[in-house]
Ligand binder design. Structure first.
Ligand code: ATP
Ligand code: MG
Length: 254
């Protein structure tokens, strides 16, 4: 992916958030995301408690954590989607980023191709993105004619067409059946290998994290409690036990 030379920011600052302005060329390529002392609270309750984190360009990172630990809050902060939240700290992220959620969020009154193209031009790119996710021939379908898995494929195509430097995915396969989830994981990894954006994937699923990511983070009490680099030549079981342990789950209690 060509390095871009624009200003990097997360878009709209949250209150108290300091957004890094013009960066030097050296900083433009790596890291893709830089968080320093990032704090977020709701009604005086701290959810993110001074997070320091770098996500290098092109890295596939998974973020685990208990329900309510702040994974989506962190993802929204990086996406610049949390303007009304109280927070402080420094946050740098690429301008060209895409977000994929658990539900595909397709506009029901637009055909699939038009959903993919939303806010962009270049019909050919949209068609190519749909072909990449296996939806060639469904360009003119309506969203309600798609299965859950197909709708998520369309959502991935919509994110691809923007050629993101950073792809933020919040439990994108959480609502899919087990078989579709396995196929979608493979597709996501394949798309990442081809386009090499930085990916931050929020998931509840330890196995999904280990299968897909090269680095796994665990968010715990507002901080990154575990930061694990996954060596693919090592047995997955080692990482699994360690991550389940960090989440307070023993193999027996599953
Ligand atoms: N808009 C909001 N107003 C008030 N509290 C909020 C808001 N959004 C999130 N919270 C609170 O912040 C905490 C973290 O929420 P968040 O959605 O980030 O958790 P999560 O780790 O993504 O959980 P899950 O795994 O269930 O999706 C929760 O306690 C939640 O209730
Ligand atoms: Mg969440």
């Amino acid at each position: 992916m060509a390095p871009h030379t624009e200003q990097l920011s997360t878009g709209q600052p949250s209150s108290g958030q300091l957004i890094t302005g013009q960066l030097s060329t050296g900083q433009l390529t790596r890291p893709a995301v830089q968080l320093r002392e990032l704090t977020r609270s709701f009604d005086g309750r701290t959810v993110l408690d001074g997070i320091d984190l770098d996500l290098p360009a092109g890295q596939f990172t998974a973020l685990l954590g208990h329900s309510g630990s702040g994974k989506s809050t962190l993802l929204r902060a990086i996406a610049g989607l949390d303007q009304k939240v109280t927070g402080s700290g420094r946050l740098t992220a690429p301008e060209r980023l895409s977000v994929v959620f658990q539900d595909a969020r397709l506009l029901p009154w637009r055909r699939v191709l038009d959903n993919v193209l939303l806010g962009t031009d270049g019909e050919e790119k949209g068609r190519a993105a749909l072909a990449e996710v296996g939806l060639k021939g469904r360009e003119l379908a309506w969203p309600n004619e798609l299965s859950g898995g197909e709708a998520q494929r369309a959502a991935l195509a919509r994110s691809l067409v923007r050629e993101p430097e950073l792809l933020l995915a919040d439990e994108p396969f959480g609502a899919l059946d087990a078989l579709t989830r396995i196929k979608m994981r493979a597709l996501l990894r394949e798309l990442w290998e081809r386009h090499r954006p930085s990916v931050l994937l929020v998931t509840h699923d330890v196995d999904e994290a280990i299968v897909l990511a090269d680095r796994v983070l665990v968010l715990d009490r507002g901080r990154i409690g575990v930061d694990l680099t996954v060596d693919r030549s090592r047995p997955r079981g080692e990482y699994r036990s360690r991550l389940l342990g960090a989440l307070g789950v023993t193999e027996d209690s599953r």
